[in-house]
Write a protein that binds this ligand. Structure first.
Ligand SMILES: Cc1cc2nc3c(=O)[nH]c(=O)nc-3n(C[C@H](O)[C@H](O)[C@H](O)COP(=O)(O)O)c2cc1C
Ligand SMILES: O=C(O)C(=O)c1ccccc1
Length: 386
């Protein structure tokens, strides 16, 4: 399928002829600056912050500067094919929206999950809907408008609850399950500690639990908010081991994607355990500081497995996405950038951020002579550190 993502550029310039300039930022730096001004301080610090002194978080974005994309001439890449197949699911582009637990709180009406789902429907960019949402997963899925969606599972210690959440995702039409492995306990986050702020402990973003029959059976239909939070805090995180993988696999026939895998040995073992895709991520640097930029982990994981690979952590632009694809990702997810778009402009703001990223990537493939994603491999890149 030929992509027309670059047309967003023309649309913006043509609007300019009638005096209309884009109402949302055109760079990540400006997006971040304006989101900081717009979001309530306690939401901003939670979203923007990371683990420790945020060295890993900063390194995630900086790691893209190690690589330069070779421009190739006489290619005539006038049509680009950006479509991908992810576990049998056809996607018009390799871009995805990473699961963000507090996205619900990032729009003025506190229904940011629904606005994000609407943006998925308008762009064809899939949303990976977090377990931690302001609206139940069924209501989120109802807004996908034909774009496939994924459900991200935080595996609770209560196995029946885990099974119930996955069954609900299947019934609601989600196309795949993403199990996050790196966050069964919260990392050391100085910004949140300094403000003694943790949104879920204040009762936010627990709609998937309070709408779940198993959870309600445990706490009682009329449980007080404090009792809900206390029960949630008690069952939220399950420190899974390899022995749990057969059980996880048995929960669903949908594609199973494991998120947070950064070591090639873990990728091999997960593949042996029957998962359908590996999601390379260090949670945007929110969980462990002193780590490795996620992009640096990507080539080794890609070399270790034939499974499709989803990548996130530090992607801030279309050229970042192209580099991750060249280093072995099948699909690339963004976190904070679309959340900031949501904060500034609701669903329209998310659509703007996604279309801008897609347009930049598409035009880069045109200018640099890469007509399809298959043309983007390690040879498209120069290691500027070597
Ligand atoms: C505020 C916030 C909340 C997040 N919540 C979740 C979550 O609920 N589940 C999950 O798997 N990852 C969660 N993540 C991690 C993202 O899925 C993703 O790995 C990360 O944001 C990617 O890095 P980036 O923000 O640099 O693009 C969250 C990230 C942020 C910023
Ligand atoms: O904030 C996060 O990154 C996140 O996903 C999370 C959710 C619940 C508990 C701890 C971390």
């Amino acid at each position: 399928m030929a992509s027309r993502y670059g047309d967003y550029q023309l649309e913006i310039y043509l609007n300019g002829l009638t005096g209309v300039v884009p109402s949302h930022p055109m760079t990540f730096a400006e997006l971040e600056r304006r989101a900081a001004e717009t979001l309530p301080p306690w939401v901003w610090s939670y979203v923007a912050g990371g683990a420790g002194d945020e060295h890993t978080q900063d390194s995630n974005a900086a790691a893209f500067r190690r690589w330069g994309i070779y421009p190739r001439m006489f290619v005539g890449a006038s049509e680009r094919d950006t479509s991908v197949d992810l576990c049998g699911i056809h996607l018009p582009s390799p871009l995805m929206m990473a699961p963000v637990g507090v996205v619900g709180l990032c729009s003025q009406d506190r229904h940011g999950d629904l606005a994000t789902a609407e943006a998925a429907g308008r762009t064809g960019v899939p949303m990976i809907a977090s377990t931690l949402s302001q609206d139940p997963m069924e209501d989120v899925a109802a807004r996908f408008g034909g774009t496939p969606g994924f459900f991200q599972l935080y595996t609770p210690t209560d196995r029946e609850l885990a099974a119930s959440l996955v069954q609900r995702a299947e019934a609601a039409g989600y196309a795949g399950i993403v199990v996050t492995l790196d966050t069964w306990v919260t990392g050391w986050r100085p910004r949140d500690l300094a403000t003694a702020n943790f949104p879920q402990l204040r009762g936010h973003c627990l709609a998937n639990y309070t709408s779940d029959p198993v959870f309600l059976e445990r706490v009682g239909e009329d449980a007080a908010p404090d009792a809900v939070v206390a029960h949630w805090a008690g069952i939220f995180g399950n420190p899974l081991t390899w022995d749990d993988l057969p059980w996880l696999r048995s929960l669903t026939d949908l594609p199973l994607i494991v998120k947070g895998v950064c070591h090639p040995d873990d990728a091999r073992r997960a593949a042996d355990g029957g998962v359908d895709a590996i999601y390379v991520s260090n949670h945007g640097g929110r969980q462990a500081n002193g780590g490795i930029p996620a992009l640096e982990c990507l080539p080794d994981v890609a070399a270790a497995t034939d499974l499709p690979i989803v990548f996130d952590s530090g992607v801030r632009s279309g050229s970042d996405a192209v580099k991750a694809l060249a280093l072995g990702a099948t699909a690339v997810a963004v976190g904070r950038p679309y959340v900031y778009g949501l904060a500034l402009g609701g669903a329209d703001g998310v659509v703007h951020v996604l279309r801008s990223m897609l347009a930049e990537a598409d035009l880069l493939m045109a200018v640099d002579g890469y007509p399809s994603l298959a043309d983007l491999g390690p040879k498209a890149l120069k290691d500027l550190r070597a």
